[in-house]
Design a protein around this ligand. Sequence first.
Ligand SMILES: Nc1ncnc2c1ncn2[C@@H]1O[C@H](COP(=O)(O)OP(=O)(O)O)[C@@H](O)[C@H]1O
Ligand SMILES: CC(C)(COP(=O)(O)O)[C@@H](O)C(=O)NCCC(=O)O
Length: 331
Amino acid sequence: MSIATQIIGVAEKLDHFQTASFSPYHFFTSKQWAKFRADTPMTLTADEVKRLRSMGDPIDLDEVRRIYLSLSRLLSAHVESSQLLFEQRNRFLSLSDVAKTPFVIGIAGSVAVGKSTTARILKELLGRWPSSPKVDLVTTDGFLHPNAVLKRENLMQRKGFPESYDTGAILRFLSAIKAGLPDVKAPSYSHLVYDVLPDEYKIVDRPDILIFEGINVLQSRDLPADGKIVPMVSDFFDFSIYIDAEETQIHNWYVTRFMRLRETAFRDPNSYFHRYVSISEEEAVAIAEDLWANINLKNLRQNILPTRPRADLILRKGKDHLIEQVALRKL
Ligand SMILES: Nc1ncnc2c1ncn2[C@@H]1O[C@H](COP(=O)(O)OP(=O)(O)O)[C@@H](O)[C@H]1O
Ligand SMILES: CC(C)(COP(=O)(O)O)[C@@H](O)C(=O)NCCC(=O)O
């Protein structure tokens, strides 16, 4: 057999591993996925969905019915079984008065892919299941280093890259949450001023579920030279979701959103991007293209997309932010 034929043979075998039977995931079309909602009642109204969606995301009640009812039903099954396991373990170990720890769901994906909308819809839906009346949502942008630090370290062009976050603070926050501590503080970020808000915190007080959303939540860490084992953010997750879409789609959503923000949020004189209101449309598109190509796309390719295989569930979007395929990790 020639070397070329052998190489093709190996390539075909590798390709075979990518097919469904060798994949660690079950794949569903959105139509198949929609059937799993069974008789889950729709607990949101069209107006609530409008209020929860981010700018430019056309999600409506049909999409919630198609995708999110099945998802909230599946997640609530996971929450209930982990609560049951918690009780059984306490009985087994004769432990009493053990603080209940929140079920933590991580949501990852590119800038502008629509993580915030998914997180807010899930928060509302999950909060209406009897097993999880209290659901909190925290985004990782609050854990970014303040602009003053990023400027000093020459990292303003690396906002969103692993080194722009205070990973130690994220790990301390999640450790406190998983220890069942009351009144844990999460720092806040403002997209308007494009910076962390000093002395503004969200208090997370022993929710049933914590949704932790951000581009970086499935990232691993380099092993430190001293050989000490450091936990990863995802070590604290009970379930993780990656929101996925073609690079060209996300690029389009990012630039379109930037141009719409120019008509709205950027008009506020406090907006970090206020100076882009008075420039020409062509110049503004060029700024958005530059931010996309030099920061967010690089980050997507280098640090975000490589984490996709670590997710328990991958929601794959097509055009108009509509979910076309759902991949669920086999148990
Ligand atoms: N410059 C900005 N000014 C105001 N709001 C913004 C700005 N950039 C992003 N946002 C809003 O912040 C939220 C988070 O955006 P992003 O981090 O890109 O994640 P995603 O689009 O995946 O939710 C979205 O609701 C978005 O509309
Ligand atoms: C703040 C972000 C890094 C998103 O962070 P996340 O909420 O995912 O932690 C992102 O919105 C951002 O500001 N990126 C830098 C380039 C830009 O201005 O688009």
